[in-house]
Design a protein around this ligand. Structure first.
Ligand SMILES: NC(=O)C1=CN([C@@H]2O[C@H](COP(=O)(O)OP(=O)(O)OC[C@H]3O[C@@H](n4cnc5c(N)ncnc54)[C@H](O)[C@@H]3O)[C@@H](O)[C@H]2O)[C@@H](O)CC1
Ligand SMILES: Nc1ncnc2c1ncn2[C@@H]1O[C@H](COP(=O)(O)OP(=O)(O)O)[C@@H](O)[C@H]1O
Ligand SMILES: [K+]
Length: 480
C-alpha cells in the first residue's frame, strides 16, 4: 500500500529529524538524492551537460542549489536562476559558487536562452511551503522550462501544485520525475500528470506509525487483500452478488455489469431485472430472474447501471436499498437518489453499508452543495454527509468512507473513458463487496483491478468496455 501524508504530518516528523540530525545534514541528504537521480537519468558522459536550477526563496531552493553543487562536481555546467536573490538560501548559494556554478537572477536577459538550451532543469521554486498559484516571475520561468525537451526534475514537489490536494491553479512545473523527501505528499498522488515518476527518499525521517492521510493500492497490496478461494470453497462461500441493472432501453448495461462481477470472483452472480435473457445469453453462469425479490440470498447488491430513472426503476431501487446487505449504487440509481435523498439517510440510520460510484456529473446531482474544485475534499465531504463510501470516478478515481479514510486509485488509463466501462466497474466492486471486503477496500481494490484491466486492454489494442472482461485478473498470479 502506498501511503501519503499532509504537509502538517511531514513537518511534524521533519521537526524530529531536524532536532536529531540538524538542518545541514537533512539538506545534504535531500540534495544528494536529487543529484543522484539526475546523474542516473542523464546519459554519460556527464561533463559539460547543461543544468539549470530554478531557485525560490526557501529551503526548496536551497536543496536545488546544493544539488547543483553536487552535479557541478561531476563536471556538469550548472546555472542557477534566482527568483529572490536577497532571500536565497545562503549556504546553498555559497556551495554552488564554490563548486564553480554560475548564478544569475531570474530576469537576466540571458535567462530564456539558457533555459531553452538546458538538458536538465531542476525545479527548486517552492516545496511544502507553497501557497499556489505561483507568483508571476516564478510562473514565467516555469512556463519557459515546460516548453523545453530537458529532463525536468522537481525538488520535493512540482512547483504550482497544492501539496495537500494536488490542485493545480495556473502554471505548474511539469516534472518527468519528482524526488520527494520523508514521505509522499497527498498532492503528488493526485496531480500525477505534473509529478511524473515519484521517488521518495526518507532522508532520516520516519513516518512509521503515522496514519496515512490517503492510501493507494499497489499490485502487491491488492494480492494481500483479495480473499483467496479456500480449498474447500463452494459456490456459496465465494460471495454471491445480486445485480439489478439494465432496462429495455439499455440492455447492454446489465450485460456489462454482470460481466464485471463474473470475471472478478468465483462464486455466483444473481441477476434480477428485465434483461435476464440477454444476460444469460452472454453469461450462462449467472442465475437470472425478473425481480430481485426472487433472486434469493446474496451478500451484496449492485443497483443502477442502465436501469432507468422512472416508475418501476424507483420501486426496484427502493427495494434494494431496504436490504441489510451492502449496496453499491451507480448510474441511474444515483440519479434517482439525487431526487430521493431520504432513501440514503434511512440506510445510514439503519447502519446498512452503501457505496456510491458517481462520475462528476452524477456527483454534482447527488451532492449539489459540494464543489468539485478540490476533488479530495469533495469526496471526503460527500462520504461524511451521506454516510456512504463514495468512489468519485475520473482520471484519478478517489474514494472516501464516512469514517474519514480516503484512497486514490493509481492504475488505469484514459482508455477507460469509454461508454460502459463504469458499468463493468460497478460489477467488479459489487463482487468484492460480496466476497466480504469492507467498502473502502472493495472500492479501492475494484478500481485498481478495473484500471489494470484497462491498461491491458489498451496494450492489446482492444476498444470497447466489453474488452475489459478478458483482462480482469483478480487471481493472485494475474495481478500486475
Ligand atoms: N527544513 C529542512 O531543513 C528541510 C527542508 N527541505 C526542503 O525545504 C522545503 C520546505 O522549505 P520552506 O519551508 O523554506 O518552504 P519552500 O521553500 O517550499 O517555500 C517557501 C518559500 O517559497 C515562497 N513561496 C511560497 N509560495 C509561493 C508562490 N506561490 N510563488 C512563489 N514563491 C512562493 C515563499 O515566499 C517562501 O520563501 C521542502 O519542500 C524541502 O524541499 C529539505 O531540504 C529537507 C530538510
Ligand atoms: N481520463 C481517464 N483516465 C483514466 N480513467 C478514466 C478516465 N476517464 C474515465 N475513466 C474511468 O472510466 C470509467 C468511466 O465510468 P463512467 O463515466 O461511469 O462510464 P459509463 O457510465 O459509460 O459506464 C471510470 O472508472 C473512470 O474512472
Ligand atoms: K519544487
Amino acid at each position: 500500500m502506498i501511503e501519503a501524508y499532509t504537509v502538517e504530518q511531514i513537518r511534524a516528523v521533519e521537526a524530529l529529524a531536524l532536532a536529531r540530525d540538524g538542518d545541514a545534514t537533512l539538506m545534504r541528504r535531500a540534495s544528494f538524492a536529487v543529484a543522484a537521480e539526475v546523474a542516473e537519468r542523464v546519459p554519460a558522459p556527464h561533463p559539460g551537460r547543461r543544468v539549470v536550477l530554478l531557485v525560490g526563496s526557501g529551503n526548496n531552493g536551497g536543496d536545488a542549489l546544493y544539488a547543483g553543487a553536487f552535479l557541478r562536481g561531476r563536471g556538469m555546467a550548472v546555472t542557477a536562476l534566482l527568483l529572490s536573490p536577497e532571500r536565497t538560501h545562503a549556504g546553498g548559494r555559497a556551495a554552488l559558487r564554490r563548486a564553480g556554478g554560475r548564478i544569475l537572477t531570474h530576469d537576466d536577459p540571458a535567462g530564456p536562452g539558457i533555459i531553452a538550451r538546458a538538458e536538465v532543469i531542476i525545479d527548486g521554486v517552492v516545496g511544502i511551503g507553497a501557497t499556489p498559484p505561483l507568483r508571476a516571475a516564478a510562473a514565467e520561468l516555469i512556463g519557459q522550462a515546460n516548453a523545453t525537451d530537458a529532463l525536468r526534475v522537481a525538488v520535493d514537489l512540482p512547483s504550482g501544485i497544492e501539496p495537500d490536494t494536488g490542485q493545480v491553479r495556473g502554471t505548474c512545473f511539469l516534472a518527468d520525475v519528482t524526488v520527494t523527501f520523508g514521505g509522499i505528499k497527498v498532492g503528488l498522488l493526485i496531480a500525477d500528470q505534473q509529478a511524473g515518476t515519484v521517488v521518495n527518499v526518507p532522508i532520516g525521517m520516519d513516518m512509521t506509525g503515522r496514519p496515512a492521510e490517503v492510501i493507494a493500492m499497489t499490485d502487491g497490496s491488492l494480492r494481500q487483500v483479495l480473499p483467496a478461494p479456500a480449498p474447500a470453497a463452494d459456490k456459496y462461500s465465494g460471495g454471491l452478488v445480486g445485480v439489478v441493472a439494465g432496462s429495455p432501453g439499455y440492455p447492454g448495461a446489465a450485460v456489462l455489469c454482470v460481466g464485471g462481477a463474473v470475471r472478478t470472483r468465483p462464486g455466483m452472480v444473481r441477476y434480477a431485472g428485465p434483461q435476464a435473457a440477454a444476460v444469460v445469453a452472454r453469461w450462462p453462469e449467472a442465475v437470472a430472474v425478473d425481480s430481485p425479490a426472487d433472486a434469493g440470498t446474496v451478500q451484496a447488491w449492485v443497483v443502477g447501471p442502465g436501469m432507468g430513472t422512472e416508475g418501476q426503476s424507483i420501486t426496484l431501487l427502493r427495494w434494494v436499498l431496504g436490504r441489510d446487505e451492502p449496496v453499491l449504487v451507480d448510474a441511474d440509481g444515483l440519479t434517482i437518489l439525487a431526487a430521493m435523498p431520504a432513501l440514503l439517510q434511512a440506510r445510514r440510520r439503519a447502519g446498512q453499508p452503501t457505496v456510491l460510484t458517481p462520475h462528476d456529473r452524477e456527483f454534482s446531482r447527488v451532492f449539489p452543495d459540494i464543489e468539485l474544485d478540490d476533488r479530495l475534499a469533495a469526496v471526503r465531504r460527500a462520504a461524511w454527509v451521506s454516510g456512504a463510501t463514495v468512489l468519485l470516478k475520473g482520471h484519478r478515481t478517489l474514494i472516501a468512507d464516512p469514517g474519514g479514510q480516503a484512497a486514490v486509485n493509481l492504475s488505469g488509463s484514459s482508455w477507460l473513458a469509454t461508454a460502459g466501462s463504469g458499468d463493468v466497474l460497478s460489477g467488479v466492486v459489487g463482487s468484492l463487496l460480496a466476497a466480504g471486503l469492507p467498502p473502502l477496500l472493495a472500492a479501492s481494490a475494484g478500481a485498481f483491478l478495473h484500471g489494470r484491466a484497462g491498461q491491458r486492454a489498451q496494450r492489446a489494442g482492444l476498444f470497447g468496455a466489453h474488452a475489459l472482461w478478458d483482462h480482469l485478473r483478480a487471481d493472485p498470479d494475474g495481478i500486475g
